[in-house]
Design a protein around this ligand. Structure first.
Ligand SMILES: [Zn+2]
Length: 76
């Protein structure tokens, strides 16, 4: 089982966590409110799952242009 990290806005792959790192990441997930987790995690068919986060580039864009928050795919 692995966790894929990707940006939910531009689709950029940010990294992959393998099972040895999952304990760490679950601890990280504990820090996020439950409601947010269900919105961030997408289950893939092979038992892996994908964590949709926001990359540094999109984060900066959102901070610069907060209105873009309402658009799912403002960067293509
Ligand atoms: Zn992005």
């Amino acid at each position: 089982m692995v966790i894929y990290y990707g940006c939910r806005h531009c689709g950029k792959e940010l990294g992959v966590l393998n099972h040895t790192e999952i304990d760490l990441s679950l601890r990280f997930l504990d820090l996020i409110e439950e409601q947010d987790i269900s919105e961030m995690i997408v289950f893939e068919k092979d038992g892996d799952f994908r964590l949709e986060v926001i990359c540094e580039h999109c984060q900066q864009a959102l901070e610069t242009h907060p209105d873009y928050h309402e658009l799912d795919h403002f960067l293509q």
